[in-house]
Write a protein that binds this ligand. Structure first.
Ligand SMILES: [Zn+2]
Length: 331
């Protein structure tokens, strides 16, 4: 065998050099993508926000290198869409320096929810609804309406579970199924979580926080779930509201006739005291959960096209415990 001619050796050298530089380019690209995911913010493209390794459309070269992208990771583990995960503690009120108040309604969507929405719309009040995942599945139109009418929507678990008592895995499913169901119906992932019965601990707050959700409590309990009579509900609320209060009411979980009757009276009385009604995100200075709506929808569509999953989705919960027929003790 004779030595290859000089020209052929030069060609091989050039080829080697080209290969090396394209490898370096790929490495740089990978590095850039990694950094992008780590510093994801709301302003970044959907894919980066969701932590999916996919600015594929923006990087055709990657398509060639990885023609079959890995299925999207379950949404919950991915970068949360909203940046509300600041406080590590339960927030049960806003600033006491402004006469603002947040009305919150738990345990819907429920047959009584539209009546409450009508009252709020007539009074030009925006409120916050902590919804139960499997009811979101059953009443998708009502949930979409909440968002459309300017109310904030929070995660109240899939099955009204006692989160402090649940296993870590069950607690994760309770959060994830619900927020995915909300995202599917409203186009936005919730920034808020409220633990049923107010049953929470550091582990639960941390699990919500990792998903971009602030755990929200209340400082005014209307005790409407005890059905003490309309007058008493009004009296309880008006007797405890202070600037920055978060008021716990219920649109679901049982017969809400008293709450529906009390609501216009509460709104009128608080207005006379010069209170302004705001959503919980507005009260706490959090991003509105609608801000990322389009991003989530786009990602969901893309994942469907790729045959991937947007997350745990509306799968069946592990715990099938029925929502108590009687109203919850609280929360
Ligand atoms: Zn509840």
């Amino acid at each position: 065998m004779s030595a290859p001619p000089r020209s052929s050796r030069r060609q091989r050298r050039v080829r080697r050099r080209r290969r090396a530089s394209s490898l370096a380019a790929v490495a740089l690209l990978a590095l850039a993508l990694g950094v992008g995911t780590a510093t994801a913010t709301q302003d970044q493209p959907v894919a980066v926000q969701l932590g999916i390794p996919l600015p594929l459309a923006a990087v055709p070269a990657l398509l060639v290198l990885h023609p079959a992208p890995p299925p999207a990771p379950p949404a919950p583990a991915a970068a949360p869409v909203c940046r509300a995960a600041g406080p590590a503690a339960v927030r049960d009120h806003g600033t006491r320096r402004r006469r603002t108040v947040a009305l919150t309604f738990d345990d819907g969507p429920w047959p009584s929810t539209p009546a409450i929405l009508r009252i709020l719309r007539r009074a030009h009040v925006h409120a916050t609804f902590f919804v139960i995942g499997r009811q979101v599945r059953d009443r998708p139109a009502t949930v979409a309406r909440l968002r459309r009418e300017g109310h904030a929507v929070g995660d109240h678990t899939w099955s009204h579970a006692d989160m402090a008592a649940a296993s870590a895995q069950d607690a994760a499913h309770e959060l994830d199924w619900t927020r995915n169901a909300i995202a599917r119906r409203t186009g936005a992932r919730p920034c808020l979580f409220r633990a049923p019965y107010g049953s929470t601990n550091g582990r639960v707050v941390g699990a919500a926080r990792r998903r971009g959700m602030v755990t929200v409590g209340w400082d005014v309990d209307s005790r409407d779930y005890t059905r003490p009579g309309t007058k008493q509900i009004v009296r309880t609320v008006l007797g405890s509201v202070r600037p920055g209060s978060i008021v716990l009411l219920h649109d679901g979980g049982g017969d809400r006739g008293e709450t529906i009757a009390a609501l216009p009276k509460i709104i009128r009385a608080l207005r006379r005291r010069h209170y302004r009604f705001v959503t919980v995100p507005a009260l706490l200075g959090l991003p509105a959960d609608g801000q990322a709506g389009r991003a989530v929808q786009a990602a969901a569509g893309r994942n469907a096209r790729l045959g991937g999953r947007t997350g745990a989705g509306d799968g069946e919960p592990l715990a099938q415990a029925e929502l108590p027929g009687s109203p919850p003790a609280s929360g």
